[in-house]
Design a protein around this ligand. Structure first.
Ligand code: SDX
Length: 392
């Protein structure tokens, strides 16, 4: 009806779904959040407003936004027991494993928000998680850096508050650089939702059994962790640093990627849906340039990334397979410039993706979707009789 692509009724058993939240056109490189083009949203909006838009379906009035932000701010106190759980993890634990565990543990400290039936109960569970999650996410960075835990400051915007919880060094009157906060806000917007990607589909599938929001989102975090999905932003930086350490010869790495004997994936390239360009990658590439210029950082890694991108765009193997940079290709360069540890890159992705996961969980529950039950194409043995041990 809206000229956008919809699934035919047969989709019911394919694990696909109907949704009103995000629209992608892989050929056109188009991404819409509730109908609004990502380019306009990234340029004109902010993460608090995008969270409201994804959950509620419309851009908020100032009064609606103030009420939404206030509801989140009521939920930034995290149970002391989670600090004890955080301390129990070994120093080298990957923050995504900690984040997934502590998110699931929120079920134990918010039992009344597991079994929800009304829109109001779902919204209440949503703002509880939106309040608690950035605190826990910031604590994972404090832990891996061996720093004291920080507290939420409800006088700040959502993003500035998250950033100060990551980096507040306790000096009197600490204030985050507004240029950095703005870049951070844009990055979180660009990661906020992306239709039925691996982690969002995981959230829907787990949520469809009515396991509750905390368990569903914890499952989504685990899915995002994989290097083929959100974990790619960490893998990209490790790959670019390997190219740098190997003398910066991008052609050598591209040839490795084409070597069928020893398949090597160029991380940050390719996409299941975008077979042209990922509109988010274009925006993040410009933001990376701006952040490094503004901060006066001359990071050779950015030049290696640009050289790798250019070489791939001109290479027949990559062109014939429609492989272009995706959202993860440039984001890590900005995170690195913001002094975020590589292990934390996918946690940053998770903080951005949280409102999208929650919006999809709410949509799935509010439209009374049946329990997810994808079918299979059976290619195993035909029916046969049992064979006694003596006859085997
Ligand atoms: C995200 O789904 C989403 O929306 C995800 C996401 C989101 O916002 O939620 O956009 C976030 O996960 C982005 C993707 C991050 N992952 C990476 O950057 C990891 C590297 N990329 C690849 O693993 C791969 O491109 C995928 C997983 C992203 C997509 O895989 P596809 O579409 O299943 O591609 P494929 O495996 O079928 O490969 C097709 C061909 C193969 O060659 P042939 O067998 O035809 O000879 O392309 C080749 C692949 O070998 N190929 C690559 C490649 N990706 C695909 N070759 C080299 N480097 C790559 N990155």
């Amino acid at each position: 009806a809206t000229g956008l692509i919809t699934m035919d009724p047969g989709y019911k058993n394919t694990g696909s779904c109907e949704s009103k939240i995000t629209f992608l056109d892989g050929e056109e490189g188009k991404l819409l959040y509730r109908g609004y083009p990502i380019e306009q949203i990234a340029d004109k909006s902010n993460f608090e407003e995008v969270m409201f838009l994804l959950l509620k379906g419309e851009l908020p009035t100032q009064e609606e936004l103030d009420g939404f932000v206030a509801d989140i701010r009521k939920n930034t106190e995290v149970a002391e027991e989670l600090v004890q759980m955080l301390n129990a993890f070994p120093q080298g634990a990957h923050p995504m494993g900690i984040l997934s565990s502590l998110t699931s543990a929120l079920s134990a400290f918010n039992p009344e928000k597991i079994s929800v039936a009304t829109e109001e109960e779902m919204y209440d569970a949503a703002v509880t998680l939106l309040g608690q999650f950035p605190v826990i996410a910031a604590w994972t960075q404090r832990k891996i850096k061996g720093l004291p835990l920080t507290k939420s400051d409800s006088s700040l915007s959502y993003v500035e508050n998250f950033y100060q919880m990551l980096f507040n060094d306790g000096t009197e009157g600490y204030k985050a650089d507004p240029v950095i906060v703005d870049a951070f806000d844009k990055l979180l917007i660009l990661h906020a939702d992306h239709e039925q990607n691996c982690s969002a589909s995981t959230v829907r599938l787990v949520g469809s059994s009515h396991a509750g929001i905390f368990a569903s989102i914890s499952a989504g975090i685990s899915a995002l962790w994989g290097p083929l999905h959100g974990g790619a932003n960490q893998a990209v930086l490790e790959m670019l640093e390997a190219i740098q350490n190997d003398g910066g010869d991008v052609a050598k790495f591209i040839n490795k990627a084409k070597d069928k004997e020893d398949p090597f994936r160029l991380m940050g390239f390719g996409h299941r849906v975008y077979k042209n360009f990922d509109p988010r990658a274009r925006i993040i590439k410009v933001a990376a340039d701006n952040v490094l210029t503004t901060l006066g950082i001359n990071d050779p890694i950015l030049d290696i990334a640009k050289g790798l991108e250019q070489a791939c765009l001109e290479d027949d193997y990559f062109k014939s397979r429609q492989l272009y940079p995706n959202v993860d290709f440039y984001s890590g360069i900005i995170y690195k410039a913001l002094d975020i540890p590589t292990d934390m890159f996918t946690v940053m992705f998770a903080v951005g993706r949280l409102p999208g996961w929650i919006a999809q969980w709410m949509e799935m529950r509010q439209t009374n979707q049946p329990i997810g039950r994808p079918r299979q194409l059976y290619t195993g043995a035909a029916t046969r009789d049992y064979v006694e041990m003596s006859a085997r």
